[in-house]
Design a protein around this ligand. Structure first.
Ligand SMILES: O=P(O)(O)OC[C@@H](O)[C@@H](O)c1c[nH]c2ccccc12
Length: 270
């Protein structure tokens, strides 16, 4: 268990507030901007930030995050080490919210699991989500998570309901409930399988539950927040970054748009 993530959820539970968990692809449009965006997200009210490692074959990602990964991999590219360097710099610049590395398995294998987790701990990371590592393979990383005090956050999806007990048995920090089927990207509606999935997870663990996938509007955010302990938003935020920092090349309006976006989401809870 990583104390920072547990402390964050304990504090929010006492305040009866959900965690707001944004996802960004680090290196999109560049590492320096990603660092600034993390600081903006913290000041806007993010509870924990998912730092995405761009990957060439993001199977679980829709077009917005795929484009984001492609941009982060173009030019000099963005590696796991680059993402962790951004985390370390952000810590030095006052980022205090917990950070979770969001990476496919291959980039970790490329630098070696022991080296990767040692670097994560040294960079101030608090946990890891590996969307393409199945429960049956989680034993390959759990010893390193324990050794380096990194929470292992598994994904539970609507299609994996019959395996929830096994999947959450290896979890620490929180459990990530994938609220839709398919790939990431804002949906028109929350999947009606989300509520029964959360009930199933609640019956299997006392860990906090964060849901994500497809949430991009205030009404969906509120519905998801009523069901869970936290809500993850990626594509809607990455789309804002694409619009302001890439298309318009307007960083100032980009940071303002992020603050406005977070404020509107939080406003739906009042
Ligand atoms: O982008 P969305 O639809 O808001 O979904 C959250 C998602 O971005 C983030 O948590 C995530 C990024 N890539 C993933 C792959 C699998 C599960 C979750 C993710």
């Amino acid at each position: 268990m990583n104390a920072a993530i547990q402390h964050m959820f304990d504090t929010l539970a006492r305040e009866r507030k959900p965690a707001f968990v944004p996802f960004i692809t680090v290196g999109d449009p560049d590492p320096e901007t990603s660092l600034d965006i993390c600081l903006t997200l913290q000041s806007a009210g993010a509870s924990l930030i998912e730092l995405g490692v761009p990957f060439s074959d993001p199977l679980a990602d829709g077009p917005v995050i795929q484009r984001s990964s492609t941009r982060a991999l173009s030019g000099r590219g963005t590696t796991v080490a680059d993402v962790l360097h951004v985390a370390k710099q952000a810590r030095q610049q006052g980022l205090t919210v917990p950070l979770v590395l969001f990476t496919y398995f291959n980039p970790l294998l490329q630098i070696g699991l022991d080296q990767a987790f040692a670097l994560m701990a040294e960079s101030g990371m608090n946990g890891v989500i590996i969307p393409d590592l199945p429960y049956e393979e989680s034993h390959r990383v759990l010893p390193f998570c324990r050794q380096y005090a990194q929470d292992y956050i598994p994904l539970v999806s609507i299609t994996s309901r019959d395996r929830v007990a096994s999947i959450v048995s290896v979890a620490s920090g929180f459990v990530y409930c994938v609220s839709s089927i398919g790939v990431t990207g804002v949906r028109g509606e929350l999947h009606d399988g989300l509520e029964p999935l959360i009930r199933t997870v609640r019956n299997c663990t006392d860990l906090p539950i964060v849901t994500g996938f497809g949430i991009g509007t205030g009404s969906h955010y509120r519905k998801a927040a009523d069901l869970c302990d936290g809500v993850a938003i990626g594509s809607a935020l990455v789309g804002l970054i694409e619009e302001h920092f890439v298309r318009r090349q307007a960083a100032q309006s980009g940071h303002e748009a992020i603050r406005q976006f977070v404020s509107e989401l939080q406003g739906t809870l009042r």
